[in-house]
Design a protein around this ligand. Structure first.
Ligand code: ADP
Length: 474
């Protein structure tokens, strides 16, 4: 089976969040399973991409508003990744140091033109491939118009019968574009325009939900939640017959405490030694008490991640003289960032704030933390809680989306703490539960040993995608 994944992110080439982790690992597992799975992304001007050798495999032009723009499809040298990675090279759109924004967080303003060009280039390449794919698998809104054009575009007749799968990793970003930008799209018959429209704009995600052969979301709970989303809920309900919740897995090659290249003390025989030594590294690095329970947060400062509640939670918890340490790793909203800076200055012995995106530090925090806090408002799947459990760090989560599906409360013989509402008192009460567990060494060790055994492997999820692909192929 020949599967082409199309995405805006793919680890290790270009990562902003979980989308990259998924697109960077699922195809490798599919290859191991005997499929031919390849990935196409834009060729950004980011470090990993710049360091690779690329060879051109295809060249053509996209047309936008009557202008012809050259692009090439390039492939990274064999043997670097466990699947073939290809990229659309269009320097005017993609040779920039970030995926969606300049590194300090200023979004690119030509998002519409960029993603329309990326999708058109992908379609032209697919149409001209020696071998038509068995499945085209599109991810998130940046690729959401492809299923429509494969069915209804004037120029892609070879793709009409190719099944498309569309995965929603994050329904908050839908790719809404004004109809005045229709001139930037490839040709289609005007009476099909309704299949691009949702709420009087071109809505890439809505169009994908309607036009793809199957829709998946990254957890079952999130699929339920999408059915109640204000602007997409009714559409998700009417397309529920072709929709499936398939939980992400984690890549055990990269996220492996026994050989993680970013973790100073690898896991050998004793889990508690692994935790103690790595925690002590963090305590040294950030000047924190190595004996106090260590709570960590890793994530984007987007509203959906709920980090905005943490300064108040941490401030009040520490003001009550609780002997605890907190390390925050994240970036985004500048107002929130300055609140964390302030908090770290006010409680220098208890709080460390590391601003920015830092892959090595994220791994160290999963390894050395005692508890990971995820107060998400929305969490389609969430990978952090799975990484953290795999590294023996107990998650404290709001029971929503994928967190609801992966974290069972310790009271129900599970491996984490759950709370229901993003309220100061609920989170604080949960922190007290965590402190109590920390104080009971035997019980604490028992839970740690339990969570590292959980199975979050990709094989299970990869089998579900395979079943779905097979059901679509005639
Ligand atoms: P999302 O894709 O919504 O951001 P996920 O939980 O699916 O959330 O994936 C988050 C991924 O991004 C994880 O691999 C996490 O470790 C990583 N991550 C998030 N923020 C940072 C950061 N500031 N530094 C390093 N890694 C980060």
């Amino acid at each position: 089976m020949f599967v082409v994944h199309i995405s805006a992110e793919c680890y290790p080439a270009a990562k902003v969040g979980g989308l990259a982790d998924v697109v960077g690992s699922l195809p490798g597992y599919q290859q191991k399973d005997g499929m031919e799975a390849i990935v196409l992304i834009p060729k950004y001007g980011m470090p990993w991409i710049k360091e690779q050798e690329w060879k051109t495999v295809f060249e053509a032009e996209v047309v936008q508003n009557g202008e012809w723009k050259h692009f090439s499809i390039e492939q990274v040298a064999d043997g670097i990744l466990d699947f073939p990675l290809l990229a659309v090279n269009m320097p005017e759109y993609f040779d920039r140091p970030g995926v969606y924004a300049h590194p300090p967080g200023h979004y690119f303003r030509d998002e519409t033109a960029r993603y329309f060009a990326f999708q058109q280039a992908a379609l032209i390449w697919l149409q001209n491939m020696d071998k038509v794919p068995d499945i085209v698998h599109c991810h998130d809104h940046h690729t959401g118009l492809i299923p429509f054009f494969m069915k209804h575009g004037v120029d892609y007749d070879r793709l009409r019968e190719v099944p498309t799968v569309y995965t929603i990793h994050n329904g908050n970003y839908q790719g809404m574009h004004s109809w005045k930008d229709v001139v930037l799209l490839p040709r289609f018959h005007r009476n099909d325009a309704g299949l691009l429209d949702w709420g009087d704009v071109i809505n890439a995600m809505a169009s994908a939900i309607r036009n793809s052969w199957a829709v998946t979301t990254v957890s079952s709970s999130y699929l339920e939640e999408l059915m109640h989303l204000p602007n997409l809920g009714s559409l998700m309900q009417s397309e529920s017959g072709k929709s499936h919740g398939i939980l992400n897995g984690i890549d055990y090659e990269i996220w492996n405490p026994k050989k993680d290249k970013y973790v100073e003390h690898k896991l050998k025989r004793s889990l508690s030694t692994f935790k103690r030594k790595n925690k002590s590294e963090l305590a040294d690095k950030f000047n924190l008490d190595p004996l106090a329970p260590l709570f960590v947060f890793i994530g984007r400062f987007a509203r959906e991640k709920g980090a905005f509640i943490l300064p108040d939670v941490i401030g009040s918890f520490l003001s009550a003289n609780n002997p605890a340490s907190f390390i925050i790793l994240g970036s985004g909203d500048e107002g929130l960032s300055s609140r964390f800076h302030h908090l770290a200055r006010y409680f220098p012995d208890n709080v460390a704030y590391n601003q920015g995106y830092n892959e090595p530090l994220a791994h160290m925090l999963y390894a050395g933390g005692d508890f990971l806090i995820m107060p998400s408002l929305v969490e389609p799947c969430g990978l952090n809680q799975m990484y953290s459990m795999h590294y023996g760090t107990i998650p404290i989560v709001r029971a929503v989306g994928g967190l609801n599906d992966t974290v069972v409360d310790i009271e129900q013989e599970g491996g984490g703490f759950r709370f229901g509402n993003l309220e100061l008192h609920e989170i604080t009460a949960t922190l007290y539960r965590a402190m109590k567990l920390y104080g009971n060494e035997e019980e604490f060790e028992k839970i740690r040993k339990r969570i590292v055994k959980y199975d979050f492997s990709w094989e299970r999820s990869s089998d579900r995608y395979k079943e779905l692909y097979n059901s679509l192929i005639k």
